[in-house]
Design a protein around this ligand. Structure first.
Ligand SMILES: [Cu+2]
Length: 121
């Protein structure tokens, strides 16, 4: 019985480890995404931890990326996630293979170079 319980526990732990989403941190600042190229594994659940280091607000706008992803959980509106100054936001999703444009759509932020890329392979 004890061996069975240990085996069950081992299986549960293994399953949990496999399903546990990878946590990926992306920092937003005026006017950069760090990293500017975000690499994710297709079909593997991920938690995007978006941290705004600036005093002003920024967003993580990638409409094609969010539209293609599955199981999107979090504050995504019209393909964008708003991150107020000095705050962080988490978005959980399962990304789909592809290369997607990332930018901040706040006035002039894209022009100031607040752009990036999400590569899912
Ligand atoms: Cu911005």
């Amino acid at each position: 019985m004890r061996a069975f319980a240990l085996a069950a526990l081992w299986l549960a732990t293994a399953a949990l480890a496999q399903d546990a989403p990878t946590r990926v941190e992306v920092r937003l600042s005026s006017f950069d995404f760090t990293p500017s190229t975000i690499r994710l594994a297709a079909g593997r659940p991920v938690v995007l931890h978006l941290v705004n280091d600036g005093r002003g607000g920024h967003n993580f706008s990638a409409p094609e990326f969010f539209a293609a992803a599955r199981n999107v959980g979090g504050q995504v509106h019209d393909g964008s996630v708003e991150v107020p100054g000095r705050q962080s936001v988490e978005v959980r999703l399962t990304p789909a293979r592809g290369s997607y444009r990332l930018r901040c759509t706040h006035t002039l932020h894209t022009a100031f170079g607040m752009i990036g890329e999400i590569v899912v392979e």
